[in-house]
Design a protein around this ligand. Structure first.
Ligand SMILES: Cc1ncc(C[n+]2csc(CCOP(=O)(O)OP(=O)(O)O)c2C)c(N)n1
Ligand code: SF4
Length: 244
């Protein structure tokens, strides 16, 4: 059975075969279309492989400077509160150059939705070490494996955000259809938080980068479920509805 592509995705994506970005793009498109928010969606796209998004994802958008997508999304939402605003960022973008903007949007509990794609490296520029790179992981800038003694430990940004008052935090994966469905439900809840004015919502998605990991797409998914999820556990970590 061929599933109809959401209309908002007006062209085939440009990511490498087996990349997780294409799946996450599709989930966001489905959620926006199913909720009717596609008519009033505004996006702040990041620098990185997500910079391909404006070529295929049909919403009004700003291509933010490196690391600044959350700040741009805050400005969009404050000036156009009737719109559904989301930032879409990779881990290098959101946690290396953009950690300050990422955290301050959360600390202010801005009423935006942030979708954060964690593939453990700087994908677009050739697989350099990112804040999320696992201890011992080989990248082009950690050829002997990441050494926490000199570069620190992998950054769990959801744990940082749990220390401030935000509406919604979740981490999903794309390892099989059940995981993809769960991730879709997390992204849906993150947009629901914005619709109900609950405040800041952040969904991290553990995503394969087979090209830079130098693995097959299938091995990349196994690597996430066997290795990456032990460092970045899946689940919901804050939920505004539970606070009431
Ligand atoms: C100020 C600035 N510094 C560096 C770059 C180069 N640059 C472009 S994409 C990128 C990496 C993005 O990696 P990530 O956010 O993890 O996204 P991915 O490509 O993995 O999806 C870098 C460093 C840039 N464009 N601007
Ligand atoms: S380099 Fe990695 S993150 Fe970028 S499109 Fe290719 S597989 Fe995806």
């Amino acid at each position: 059975m061929k599933c109809a592509r959401p209309k908002i995705l007006f062209a085939d994506n440009k990511y490498c075969p087996g990349c997780g970005h294409g799946i996450v793009n599709r989930l966001i498109a489905e959620i926006l279309e199913e909720s009717g928010d596609d008519k009033k969606a505004l996006a702040a796209f990041a620098v990185g492989c997500s910079s391909w998004m404006p070529d295929t994802f049909g919403v009004d958008c700003v291509q933010a400077q490196h690391g600044r997508a959350a700040a741009v999304a805050c400005g969009m939402k404050r000036s156009r509160p009737e719109c559904t605003v989301f930032a879409y960022q990779g881990d290098g973008d959101a946690l290396a150059i953009g950690l300050s903007e990422t955290m301050w949007a959360a600390i202010r509990n801005e009423n935006i939705t942030v979708i954060f794609v964690n593939n453990g490296n700087f994908g677009m520029t050739g697989g350099q070490m990112a804040p999320t790179t696992l201890a011992g992981q080989i990248t082009t800038t950690s050829p002997g494996g990441r050494d926490p003694a000199t570069t620190g430990y992998p950054l769990n940004v959801i744990e940082m955000m749990r220390t401030v008052d935000v509406a919604y935090l979740a981490r999903g994966a794309l390892t099989d259809p059940a995981a993809i469905r769960k991730t879709k439900s997390y992204i849906g809840r993150a947009f629901e938080a914005q619709r109900t004015q609950a405040g800041y919502a952040f969904v991290e998605v553990l995503s394969p980068c087979p090209t830079n990991w130098k693995m097959t797409p299938l091995d990349s998914l196994t690597h996430i479920s066997k290795v990456v999820e032990a460092v970045y556990p899946l689940g919901e970590f804050a939920d505004w509805k539970m606070k009431k």
